[in-house]
Each structure stands twice: as structure tokens, then as C-alpha cells.
Design a protein around this ligand. Structure first.
Ligand code: ASP
Length: 362
């Protein structure tokens, strides 16, 4: 009887040990599963701007506002879809910017502002935060999508920045189709130039000179476009495209094509795209300064963007804003103007579209 009991007790022990073992295996597998799930769903996010300036609700019709919102939404969804499907941050940035460049609403590509000579001169730049490689074009007049040419300079030339005719010769060599400058004509932008020229006329001093730094220059820029994306491989890219400032002359070039001012990306810190009064953004090296503050001072993206946009730039006398995104997918959209066209889809997949100041920041 005792023998039998001991036998059953031993059997029970063997079975329960086996169960414990199986449980361990199960837990281990579960843990591996969750590690796998984490690996399979890395973070990705995207943020865009469509320019900063005196953008006020009272000056905006409902239909124009919804046109802006719809185009911002369309653009950001293009980039987000690319990221969702495992595409690169660089691809997301270029394709998103293409949508904004093709819209007459924004001061880039189709909607570019006019120079004093009634032409359109476009600037763009892009940067790869993984390799720190970058490409830029300035003062091009026949390129439908300047961000694509900036990308081409980055990947298929030994240079970082090409300008004017030379940039367009390079574009031809690389198989780009050149468009007639009339492609960039929009009545709206043309009328803005005429209005500024009239004001300028009125401000001629008795020597017939105009001051380039007249206050109205502040409002001669709207609608530069930019995008920053983080892809599933942890790579950050940033790009910016613009027609510059209305009534610009002497082949003036702003911050948008200048790496470190208008655009910067570094996987170790963040990606930034700027918009605003370019002369000040160049002097403050806005995009790189935000990254450098994170790198050297260890501050958060939001703190760095705030410091540069709310203190450094206005202290110099400039205005504008940035959109930025860090390596963890945190987003900043900082501006010191009345408004900034902007949108993001964050790591949670939440979509935000904003125009005026009062909208909540992420
Ligand atoms: N930053 C651009 C420039 O100065 C203008 C803008 O962002 O609206 O050319």
C-alpha cells in the first residue's frame, strides 16, 4: 500500500515538474513573442509645415482654410503611408513635399512667389540623418519639383549645393524634364508682388533708393514647405522647398537650401525644417542649432526648438518657425508668428492639422 502511494507520489512529482518546465518554456516563448512584436513595430512618424507668418483666422475664408487643411492632410498621408509600408524617411520626405510643391497654395514649386523681376527662383534642400549626406539647389527656374533635384544632388553628385544654370544643366544630365517658367505663374502670387512693389514705390527716398529691409518684407513670405520623417529603421530625414520671399532680387538666396539653417537631420538627435525670414535663420543657423543643443546640452527637442524660435531668432529681429522630430518620434512645431500651416502623424498614428497659434502642441 505504502509502495503504491510512494509510486503515485513520484509520478505526480514527475508530471508537475514537467508542467513547470512547460510553463517556463511557454513564458520564455511569450517573452520572445513580445520582443518580436516590439521589433516588428518600430516607431515611425512624420511632421510637415507649409510656411509661417501673419496667418490670421479673420483673413481666411472657410473655403480657403479647408483647401489648406485638405492639402496638408493629403500630403502628410502620402508620407505616412510610405513609412507604414517600410519605405525610407528620405522617400517619405520627397514624396510629401512633392504634393505641397504641386499645389498652388504653397510658396514652393507651382505656388512659388515672384522675384522683383517677375520671375520665380526656387530653392530646396534635403538631408539624410543616417549618413549626414545632404543635397541642395538654389535659384532654379525650370525645375517643377526642386526637392527631387536636391535629392539628386545628394545621391548622384559629389556636391552638396548647386545653383542656377549649373544646377539645371546637372538636372538635364540626370534626365529631369525642365518646365517652362510660365508653369510657376499664379495670379495670386503675381498680385502680391504688385502690391509689394506699390508699397516699395511709396517708400522711395529722395535719392530714389529703396531699403531692402523695409518692414513690409516681413510679410512677403508665406508658404515655404518642409517635412521631417522618422522611418521604421530609425532613420531621420528632413527637407525644405521654397520660392523664397516676394520681391527678392539680386539672386537673393534664403535659408531653405542652406544645410544647418533651413534643413538639418541627424539620427543621433533630430531632423528640422525651417520657415521664416531666411536672413535671420541663416544667421542663427536655426536647424543645426536645435540639433546641437540636444547633442551638447542634452536638452529635449521641445526645449531646444523653443529656445531657438522663441528667443534666439526674435532677439536678432527675425520671425518664423520650425517643425522637428527626434529619434524617438517626439514632435515639435514651434513658431513665433501668428500662424504656421502644419500637420503631423505621430508614433501613435494620430493625425493633427493646425494653422493658427491657439491649436495645442503635441
Ligand atoms: N525661409 C524662406 C526664405 O527666406 C521663406 C519662408 O520660409 O517663407 O527664403
Amino acid at each position: 500500500m505504502y509502495k503504491n502511494l510512494t509510486f503515485f507520489f513520484l509520478l505526480f512529482l514527475i508530471f508537475s515538474c514537467k508542467n513547470i518546465d512547460e510553463k517556463h518554456i511557454y513564458l520564455d516563448e511569450k517573452q520572445n513573442d513580445s520582443i518580436e512584436i516590439e521589433k516588428k513595430s518600430p516607431k515611425y512618424a512624420i511632421v510637415i509645415h507649409g510656411g509661417a507668418g501673419t496667418i490670421l483666422k479673420e483673413n481666411m475664408s472657410d473655403s480657403l482654410e479647408s483647401a489648406y487643411r485638405n492639402t496638408l492632410e493629403e500630403a502628410i498621408k502620402v508620407g505616412h503611408e510610405i513609412l507604414k509600408n517600410g519605405g525610407t524617411a528620405l522617400e517619405a520626405v520627397t514624396k510629401t513635399i512633392n504634393v505641397l510643391e504641386d499645389s498652388p497654395l504653397f510658396n514652393a514649386g507651382k505656388g512659388a512667389v515672384f522675384t522683383h523681376e517677375e520671375t520665380n527662383e526656387l530653392d530646396a534642400s534635403i538631408m539624410d540623418g543616417n549618413t549626414l549626406n545632404a543635397g541642395a539647389v538654389a535659384g532654379v527656374t525650370h525645375i517643377k519639383n526642386p526637392i527631387d533635384l536636391a535629392y539628386e544632388v545628394m545621391v548622384n553628385s559629389e556636391h552638396v549645393m548647386l545653383a542656377g544654370k549649373g544646377a539645371e544643366e546637372f538636372a538635364k544630365l540626370r534626365g529631369f524634364e525642365l518646365v517652362d517658367p510660365s508653369y510657376f505663374y499664379t495670379e495670386n502670387r503675381f498680385q502680391s508682388l504688385q502690391r509689394i512693389k506699390e508699397k516699395e514705390e511709396a517708400q522711395l527716398d529722395h535719392n530714389g533708393k529703396t531699403a531692402f529691409a523695409d518692414p513690409f518684407i516681413k510679410d512677403s513670405k508665406f508658404g515655404t514647405v518642409g517635412c521631417v520623417a522618422l522611418d521604421k529603421n530609425g532613420n531621420i530625414a528632413a527637407g525644405t522647398s521654397t520660392g523664397g520671399m516676394t520681391n527678392k532680387r539680386w539672386n537673393r538666396i534664403g535659408d531653405a537650401p542652406i544645410i544647418g539653417a533651413g534643413t538639418y537631420a541627424n539620427n543621433a538627435t533630430c531632423g528640422v525644417s525651417s520657415t521664416g525670414w531666411g536672413e535671420y535663420f541663416i544667421r542663427a543657423m536655426v536647424a543645426h542649432d536645435i540639433s546641437a543643443m540636444m547633442e551638447y546640452k542634452g536638452v529635449s527637442l521641445q526645449e531646444a526648438a523653443q529656445e531657438v524660435i522663441q528667443k534666439k531668432v526674435p532677439e536678432l529681429g527675425g520671425d518664423g518657425g520650425v517643425v522637428a522630430l527626434d529619434k524617438d518620434g517626439n514632435i515639435a512645431m514651434e513658431f513665433n508668428t501668428a500662424g504656421m500651416y502644419r500637420a503631423y502623424i505621430n508614433t501613435e498614428g494620430e493625425l493633427f492639422i493646425g494653422i493658427y497659434k491657439d491649436a495645442p502642441t503635441p
